[in-house]
Each structure stands twice: as structure tokens, then as C-alpha cells.
Ligand binder design. Sequence first.
Ligand code: ZN
Length: 170
Amino acid sequence: MDFDVICPYCGRDKDRVIDSRASENGEAVRRRRECGGCRQRFTTYERVEKTSRLMVIKKDGSRVPFDSNNVLVGLQAACGKRPVSEEVKLKLAREIDARVHREFEREVPSAEIGKFVASLLREIDEISYIRYASEYHDFRTLDEFADELDQLKARPKNLPNQQRLFAAEE
Ligand SMILES: [Zn+2]
């Protein structure tokens, strides 16, 4: 089924498609149409809608497209040789991807992504969390860092957390 398009010459919306072909290396369909009123011919193009990509606003104000692969790379760096399996890191990256897209529409400050990552890492592995937090928190003084460690020590311990964190979704 094809819809009529308003004629750019006479304004009527009664036309006939006289030719359809692939265009722009297959990314568009080009249709030649002939107006049923004035017989003028015109062309329409059909393309895939450009999805609005979520952009990350970095600390320096620059913007880059959100890429969950970067989240994974950050997790891998933070986890280093810690006993956190690749599978868990992938799950975390996916969870963060979903959460970021759920809560932000067009732009997300990188610090917000950092907070998501940190809050999940804290449940998984405290050493990795501290490594990550020291990157993104930007601790200014040793005291700030010590405070964070104190808070961490004061949290109730009920490991193993890796199972608990993902138990709900399985
Ligand atoms: Zn016309």
C-alpha cells in the first residue's frame, strides 16, 4: 500500500508512483511520482529514521555518543586482577546501559554514569569499587579517600554479593 503525497506544484494529493528504485547505496528508496491533477512529476525518498543517540557530556563539556563498551572497558580497568568474572562485568555493563537509557533521553553527564557504575561495583567487589571511585570521584584529599573507606568498612557485610545482585533477574 502506498500513500499519496501532496503535489509540490498544484497541492493535490492524488499521485501515481511511476518508478521505485534503491538509492543512496540501498539506504533509501527513491520514487518518481506523477500528479493525477497537473501531471507534473516529482520525487520522494524513503529512509530509515535516524534514531536520536544518547550523548554523554564529559567533564570538559564535550559530547560523545554513549557506548556501553566504554563502560565495560572502565569496569575491566577497575576490576583488574580482582576475582570478578567476565560474565559479571558484561552483566554490569548491560545493566548500566539499560539504566542510563531508562533515566536519560538525549544527554547524560558522564558523572551520572560514573555513579551508576560505582553503586553497582560497591555491591560486587570493594577493591574494584575503590579503584573506580578514585577515578571518577576525583578525591581531592587523602581525608576524602579515608572517609570513603570508613563508610565502606561500616557497611553491613553479606557476601557473596555477585549472586545476590543478579538473583532477582534470573
Ligand atoms: Zn499537481
